[in-house]
Design a protein around this ligand. Structure first.
Ligand code: MN
Length: 228
């Protein structure tokens, strides 16, 4: 195949303990998956209808890289989230089938232009400009599922400039990982290389230029970066 212009690179993430990289196909995100966060946003959780949005694969930023403060906002927010990487795909899956697709886990930030999101919500517009901007998805190296001993008591947390901002048990998720994947698979055909951001706990707040963030899925993945 000869392309008419230079072909875009395939976005990818490092894998803990390996020289291989994980190629990224799509990035899906669930909204309102922790009740306390839904409340702080003035929203409610609909257990029967999980809410999804997407980011472009090339919005992913690797561990340790600087994150440029985005254009068109004065209210950039952090949302720390567990990230699930799929090693296989399918559609219209049961939660039992969905659970077998998980290749590995990481921790990421669903960076959000909160001011643009507020405007979109008020106008009934889509969330793309609030969520799907360049560099909006810093993600750690991925840990293969076989090496990640996650339980309901596993902790997800974010510090900014050494101060704890967000912390939760994974067991406080409204929809668990198999349920999220199964629900997504009724809307999209999922494939190997897909990443899923699994929602943020309470405590979202602003990031400013110069802030250093440290996100952790304890015992599994760590993410460091700086807003510049
Ligand atoms: Mn989020």
């Amino acid at each position: 195949m000869t392309y008419a212009i230079a072909a875009p690179a395939i976005p990818s993430l490092p894998i803990s303990g390996s020289d291989l990289r994980f190629p990224i196909r799509r990035v899906f995100c669930i909204g309102r998956n922790y009740a306390e966060h839904a409340r702080e946003m003035g929203a409610s959780v609909d257990k029967d209808a999980p809410m999804f949005f997407c980011k472009p694969a090339d919005a992913v930023v690797s561990d340790g890289a600087d994150v440029p403060y985005p254009q068109a906002t004065v209210d950039l927010h952090h949302e720390v989230e567990m990230v699930v990487a799929l090693g296989a795909g399918g559609h219209d899956l049961t939660p039992e089938q969905a659970a077998t697709l998980v290749w590995g886990y990481g921790v990421g930030l669903d960076l959000t232009r909160r001011d643009l999101q507020g405007q979109a919500k008020a106008k009934g517009h889509p969330w793309d400009v609030a969520k799907a901007f360049d560099h909006s998805a810093p993600v750690s190296a991925l840990r293969p599922a076989a090496e990640a001993a996650l339980t309901a008591d596993s902790m997800l947390r974010l510090s900014v400039n050494g101060e704890l901002r967000q912390q939760t048990r994974l067991g406080d998720m409204v929809h668990g990982v198999p349920q999220i994947i199964a629900a997504l698979s009724t809307l999209f055909e999922l494939k190997a290389g897909d990443l899923i951001f699994t929602g943020t706990p309470a405590g979202v707040a602003a990031l400013r230029r110069g802030d250093r963030f440290h996100a952790e899925l304890v015992g599994v993945a760590e993410l460091d970066g700086r807003v510049v």
